[in-house]
Write a new protein. Sequence first.
Length: 157
Amino acid sequence: MEIQKLYDLDDTEFEDIAIGLVRLAKDVPAHEFFYKTNQLNGLTFSRKKDVIIHGAYYDYHFPRFEAYHKFTKTCFTFISNRSSESKQKKLQTELFTEEENIKFLLNNQVDVEYILHTSEQIPDFSVILLPENLVFPIQDYTLSSEEELYQIIQYYE
């Protein structure tokens, strides 16, 4: 008897996901930013296990913060766009490598401090009030399934 294949991953279409790009107006430590955000919203953003990306020469750590909004029943996740720590695995012996000790999740958006993601399919970032004097308005951004960050968010979700 033949085993029937229920689905083929090559034929499965992955939907794009919407994220928010958070740019800070001034340089503040993460604990201060989330303390003020928690005060404004009555939320409890707390640090979760870092997002870790393994490169050829470095392992990169990206801080991740989560809170649950009880009224909308939504989990909000902030992921740092810039690695906070990199652990060198081996020495670079090649002259021109594309891997450095600092990595950005969105290479084309290096001015973005945090990437905001929700558990909702169509996110409403207006639910979260951010400190006006610290943050520029959240920019909506769409990730396609081909992007590395898409895979990372799906893994840590």
